[in-house]
Design a protein. Structure first.
Length: 239
């Protein structure tokens, strides 16, 4: 990169980061989160998604993947305590980044792609089956779709595999996805494993973000068979 190109790209980047900061501090969900003492505006996405489908149940076991800085776990713990004070259930949260302690939330620090981290999560669950798997995991964005999208899909695949193994029958998986390459196949696969799959874009999700949430309800005891591929037999040779 020439010095002039580098200077131009730094100027563009600083303009876009200035725009981001301006947008961030005038964002009503950021203001609301600050006023309500929530760790992130992302909590309002979860609130909308959970309340619409009444996903909370007494004594439920929830796994929150990609939990830092903790807005989802924090909101969830408060909501479960308010609804079921005698039996608020259990929340196990995990992130590759450190997360300050939250009362009533067990936290595991590690990279979900690593076998040792998955084993630690499985160890923490013991023999308990999970009622709700949440994944708000997203890789650090490089800004290049060809890099970010496969990384995102990889995390989503791992979360689906985890839900296959640890979610109880009839349980729910709520997962963030980016619309792009691999999205349709992923949703098709979810539809094989769950009774109902809806794609949601909560109000607090920024309009220009490619993120949407797949809500997969009613895990099936066995996946549905894939739709048979249509074969196109060659027409017999003519006379
Ligand atoms: C959008 S943030 C989650 C925000 C969170 N739901 C909240 O309400 O505060 C996405 C998170 O995914 C985490 N993440 C990304 N890759 C991960 C990985 N391989 N293992 C675990 N966490 C990961 C990031 O560190 C980041 O904290």
């Amino acid at each position: 990169m020439t010095t002039r190109t580098a200077r131009r790209s730094m100027a563009t980047r600083s303009k876009s980061s200035q725009r981001w900061l301006k947008e961030h501090f005038s964002d009503p969900y950021v203001k609301k989160a600050q006023a309500e003492g929530l760790r992130s505006r992302a909590a309002y996405k979860l609130e909308e998604l959970v309340e619409r489908d009444r996903l909370l149940k007494p004594g439920m076991v929830v796994v929150d993947l990609g939990a830092a800085p903790g807005g989802w776990s924090q909101w969830l713990r408060q909501a479960l305590l308010a609804l079921y004070p005698a039996n608020p259930g259990r929340i196990v949260a995990l992130d590759i980044l450190e997360m300050p302690t939250l009362a009533g939330v067990e936290f595991l620090h590690g990279d979900f792609r690593e076998d040792a981290v998955l084993s630690a999560l499985e160890g923490a669950l013991g023999s308990q089956q999970v009622d709700l798997v949440l994944s708000d995991m997203a890789p650090n964005k490089s800004g290049m779709d060809a890099v970010d999208q496969p990384r995102m899909m990889h995390l989503a695949e791992l979360a689906m595999e985890f839900a296959d193994r640890h979610l109880r029958i009839d349980g729910t998986l709520l997962i963030k996805l980016f619309q792009g390459v691999g999205f349709d196949d992923y949703v098709r696969e979810l539809r094989r494993h769950y009774a109902k799959v809806a794609i949601r874009k909560p109000d607090a999700s920024r309009k220009r973000s490619p993120e949407v949430y797949a809500l997969a309800l009613g895990k099936l005891s066995a996946p549905k068979l894939s739709a048979p591929k249509l074969s196109h037999p060659k027409s017999p040779a003519g006379p």
